[in-house]
Write a protein of this length. Structure first.
Length: 463
C-alpha cells in the first residue's frame, strides 16, 4: 500500500553530485556536472512539455508512469527551476523585483540590555525550541545586509526581546506570564532613549511573538482573547506563528505569519541518515499528546477533541502509527512516513508542519481556518492535504484516495528544495529562507517607513 518513490538511479547520482559540488566545488566534478546539467535540462524540458501536454489534455489521467516521470522531473530542482523561470517572465521579474526591494530595505536593530535577550541564552533550549524564531530572527538580522547602524536611515526598527525562554514551569514549557511586562519595559526604554518610537507611535517597529496565540501571550485561547494584544504593541508589526483566516483578537495588529522554529541542523542530520526520497515504511504518522478523555477547561477541549478522535478511531489500525509519548528520535519517524498528521493543539499551528515539509512527509493539516506561513513562497495547497476537523473520522478513506490518485504529484511538489528552505531559519540569512521571507514581507509594508514617507513629504513640499 505504501508507494515506492525511488527516482531512477542515474538521476539520484546527479542529485548527490550536485550536493557535493555545492559543498566543495571541486573542479574535476564541475565539468562532469555541466555535462549532466545540459542533459538533464534537455531531458526536463522535453518531459515538461510532454507531461504538461498530457496533463492539460487529460486532467483525470491516473497512469502511474505519468506521475512517476513527473516526480523525477521535479526532483532535478535546479533544472526545473531554471526552466520555470525562463518560461515564466512574470516569475522572473518577480525574483528581480524581490531582490531590488531587499536591496533598499534598511533595518535598525536595537541594542537592548542583555536581560531582554541574550541573558536567556544561558539555557541552551532558548535558541532551539519551537518558539525560538524570536532568537533566530534576531541573530540573522545582526549579520544581514539589510541591517543599518544609522537609525535615521532605517525603514524598520527591530526590538529583540526573548519572552519564551523562562522554562520554569513543572512540565518544562516556558512560562510567559512575564512577557507583557518585559516587552513593556523594553518599549519604555526605547521610547525614552530614542526619538523613533514616539515619532511613529511604534508603527515601524517590529516584534516577534512566536507563542501559541501571538502577542496575546497566553496558552489558553479564551484568556488570550480576553487579554488581547497589549495596547502599546497595537500599532507595531508582529511576526507571529499564530494565524487564522477569520477575525481574531490575537491577530488584530499588523502581522506576518512565520513558521515555528525547527533547527536546520537537526533536519540536516536526519536527512543524512534517511534521505527524503528513500522508501517510506510508515503510512500515516502522529506522535504527540492525545488525550483519551480530554477535560472540559472553561468550555474548551484540547485539540477540539480532534486528537482524541484520531486515537479512538485509528489506534490499532495497521496503517496508522500513533504514539502518545515524547521520543527524541521522532524526526526519523517523520522521515520514514508518507503522511504526517498535523492536528491542532490548543493553537491551530504546530511544529509538525515545518518538520513534515522539511523531511518530505506530506503534512495532513487538521486545523480549521488556519492561516499558514509565507503563502506566496510555499504553495501549501500543492504540497499538503487539508482535512476538515469534522471529517477526521474519515481520515483513513481520505488518505487512501490520495494515495491512489495524486500522492506522487504532491510528493514531487513537496520535495522541491525551495519550499523547505522557506520554512527554516538559518543563523545567517540565506536567499529564500525564513528570515529572507520575513524581510520580503516587511519590504511590502514600506508605507510604514518614516524614511520613505518623509522622502515623499519632502517631494511634495518642494513643489
Ligand atoms: C507565472 O508565474 C506567476 C507568478 O508566480 C503564476 O501566477 C503564473 O501561474 C505563472 N504562469 C505560468 C504560465 O506558469
Ligand atoms: C519566570 O516565570 C516564573 C513563573 O511564572 C516567574 O515567577 C518568574 O518571575 C519569571 N522570571 C522572570 C525573570 O521573569
Ligand atoms: C516619548 O513620549 C513619552 C510619553 O509621552 C515621553 O515620556 C518620552 O519622553 C518621549 N520620548 C522622547 C525621546 O521624547
Ligand atoms: C463544558 O463546560 C462548560 C462550562 O465551563 C459548559 O457550559 C459546557 O456545556 C461543557 N461542554 C461539554 C460538551 O460538556
Ligand atoms: C489531491 O487530491 C485531494 C483529494 O482528492 C485534493 O483535495 C487535493 O487538492 C489534491 N492535491 C493536489 C496537489 O492535486
Amino acid at each position: 500500500m505504501v508507494e515506492k518513490k525511488r527516482p531512477p538511479k542515474n538521476n539520484r547520482g546527479f542529485y548527490v553530485r550536485m550536493k557535493l559540488l555545492h559543498k566543495h566545488g571541486r573542479p574535476q566534478e564541475k565539468s562532469c556536472f555541466y555535462k549532466y546539467y545540459k542533459w538533464v535540462l534537455w531531458f526536463s524540458l522535453s518531459l515538461y512539455f510532454f507531461t504538461s501536454y498530457l496533463i492539460s489534455s487529460n486532467p483525470h489521467n491516473k497512469s502511474t508512469s505519468l506521475t512517476k516521470t513527473h516526480v523525477s522531473n521535479s526532483k532535478s530542482t535546479i533544472a526545473s527551476r531554471a526552466l520555470f523561470e525562463s518560461t515564466n517572465t512574470t516569475a522572473l521579474q518577480q525574483v528581480q523585483i524581490n531582490q531590488a526591494l531587499l536591496k533598499n530595505l534598511k533595518i535598525f536593530v536595537y541594542d537592548l540590555p542583555p536581560k531582554f535577550n541574550t541573558n536567556w541564552l544561558l539555557n541552551e533550549r532558548c535558541s532551539n525550541h519551537l518558539f525560538a524564531s524570536e532568537v533566530a530572527i534576531h541573530k540573522a538580522l545582526l549579520t544581514s545586509d539589510v541591517r543599518t547602524f544609522d537609525p535615521y536611515e532605517a525603514d524598520f526598527f527591530f526590538v529583540p526581546v526573548y519572552v519564551s525562554c523562562n522554562f520554569s514551569t513543572v512540565n518544562g514549557f516556558p512560562a510567559i506570564g512575564h512577557a507583557r511586562s518585559l516587552l513593556a519595559s523594553a518599549v519604555q526604554l526605547i521610547s525614552s532613549e530614542y526619538p523613533f518610537w514616539n515619532r511613529s507611535r511604534g508603527s515601524d517597529h517590529v516584534f516577534v511573538a512566536s507563542h501559541d496565540f501571538g502577542a496575546c501571550f497566553h496558552t489558553m485561547e479564551d484568556v488570550a482573547m480576553t487579554d488581547g494584544v497589549p495596547e502599546f504593541l497595537k500599532n507595531s508589526i508582529i511576526l507571529q506563528t499564530f494565524g487564522v483566516k477569520h477575525k481574531h483578537p490575537c491577530q488584530d495588529v499588523e502581522n506576518v505569519v512565520i513558521p515555528p522554529y525547527i533547527s536546520p541542523e537537526s533536519v540536516r542530520t536526519t536527512v543524512e541518515k534517511f534521505p527524503v526520497t528513500r522508501r517510506r515504511d510508515i503510512w500515516a504518522f502522529f506522535r504527540g499528546k492525545m488525550e483519551v478523555h480530554p477535560k472540559n477547561i472553561s468550555g474548551r477541549f484540547y485539540s477540539r477533541r480532534v486528537r482524541t478522535m484520531i486515537l479512538r478511531k485509528f489506534n490499532g489500525d495497521r496503517r496508522f502509527y500513533l504514539q502518545r509519548h515524547r521520543f527524541s528520535g521522532y524526526q526519523l519517524e517523520i522521515a520514514r512516513s508518507v503522511f504526517c498528521l498535523c492536528p491542532l493543539g490548543w493553537a491551530p499551528w504546530s511544529p509538525r508542519l515545518v518538520e513534515s515539509v522539511a523531511l518530505g512527509c506530506v503534512p495532513v493539516i487538521i486545523a480549521d481556518g488556519i492561516r499558514l506561513p509565507f503563502p506566496s513562497a510555499v504553495r501549501w495547497p500543492e504540497i499538503s492535504l487539508t482535512v476538515a476537523e469534522k471529517d477526521v473520522d474519515k481520515l483513513g478513506k481520505i488518505l487512501e484516495h490520495v494515495a491512489a490518485t495524486n500522492l506522487t504529484i504532491i510528493q514531487g511538489n513537496l520535495w522541491d528544495t525551495s519550499t523547505k528552505r522557506a520554512l527554516l531559519f538559518n543563523n545567517r540569512v540565506q536567499e529564500g529562507d525564513a528570515t529572507w521571507q520575513v524581510l520580503l514581507a516587511l519590504s511590502q509594508k514600506l508605507d510604514r517607513s518614516y524614511r520613505v514617507s518623509r522622502v515623499s513629504r519632502q517631494l511634495m513640499s518642494d513643489t
